[in-house]
Design a protein around this ligand. Structure first.
Ligand code: KDG
Length: 318
């Protein structure tokens, strides 16, 4: 039985060498990257049985995505192959002050936008301990919005814990449309991860992280709400109790995927029987570790995380 199944789009990420621009670079480094597979990679590397599914073109590009995820130990048997649509890409130009990091999506008409519920192995979802996706998935097409709702509802009905990160992306949709889609899904979600910024700008929540978490739990009956606050750490609300966690110090090499590593670390520890405080520690340590590594995913081992947690205790707020 798979402990964790995640689903969503994974793109190929093309980035010029640091200090070069998209307009003029002659070389691009290529890696697979997508929020939900990033979570699966972190959990798999931290010792959990993790699977990811999506719809990919049956082409060298789609096979490249699968090959990379497998190399990290993620089960990709549930991938649906497609002959008619394309592989999504994203271009990443790393920023250096005063030039900001720039992300350019080239993902319209990607195969995953056509993924329908009937194509999915729902038994794998029903049999998993946790099923995870993020707010990026329903943003990609109306079809995928309906599929996301179906999969989360099927999972929850079967007793699988459902987990969801708001993961609001301004380049994909407007806040009002996103908020409506989120609210449609919230009834099928047990564990909500929300950046405080997303809760404020998309869901219109106000106040500190604790009052945001309590408000969301009360309004939508989540079992657990985790609110992340960037450099100010994170907070989880479970069973009426609040748990706080600082960030661990890290020299940032590549910040993309930090939030996904956080979720992957949290779920990995949770699935290993950790309590909320321990899961938050692992989340924070995995996120900080990710920042030291180039690429979307946390190339990490359980020993790395145990060492960070042992050395730094409850985390250091920067
Ligand atoms: O969280 C990292 C993601 O933003 C990156 O992998 C690209 O999935 C991606 C997206 O849709 O933005």
């Amino acid at each position: 039985m798979t402990a964790l199944v995640t689903f969503g789009e994974t793109m190929l990420r093309l980035s010029p060498p640091r200090g070069e621009r998209l307009e003029t670079a002659r070389e691009f480094e290529v890696q697979a990257g997508g929020a939900e597979s990033n979570v699966a990679v972190a959990a798999a590397r931290l010792g959990r049985d993790a699977a990811w599914f999506s719809k990919l073109p049956d082409s060298p590009l789609g096979r490249r995505v699968v090959g990379e995820l497998r190399s990290h130990g993620v089960d990709t048997d549930g991938v649906v192959w497609d002959d008619d649509h394309r592989q999504g890409l994203y271009y990443l130009e790393h920023g250096v002050a005063p030039r900001p990091t720039n992300v350019v999506y080239d993902r319209a008409d990607a195969a995953v936008t056509t993924l329908e519920t009937v194509e999915i192995d729902l038994d794998a979802v029903r049999d998993a301990d946790v099923c995870y996706t993020s707010g990026i998935t329903p943003a990609l097409s109306e079809t995928l919005r309906a599929t996301t709702a179906d999969v989360l509802a099927e999972a929850q009905d079967a007793g699988t814990t459902t987990a969801f990160d708001l993961n609001y992306r301004t380049k994909l949709w407007d806040p009002a449309v996103a908020a409506e889609a989120y609210r449609d899904l919230f009834g099928s979600i047990d564990v909500l991860f929300a950046a405080q910024r997303d809760a404020e700008t998309v869901l219109g929540r106000e106040g500190d992280a604790e009052s945001i978490a309590r408000g969301l739990a009360d309004d939508f009956d989540f079992e657990t709400v985790v609110v992340t606050r960037g450099a100010d750490g994170s907070l989880a609300l479970f069973d009426g109790d609040v748990y706080e966690q600082g960030v661990y110090e890290a020299e940032t090499h590549d910040a993309i995927g930090t939030g996904d590593a956080f979720v992957g670390g949290f779920l990995a520890k949770h699935l290993a029987g950790g309590d909320v405080a321990e899961s938050l520690q692992w989340a924070s340590a995995t996120a900080s570790f990710k920042r030291t590594v180039e690429g979307d995913v946390a190339v990490v081992t359980p020993e790395d995380i145990e060492r960070v947690v042992a050395d730094e205790g409850d985390g250091i707020s920067r």
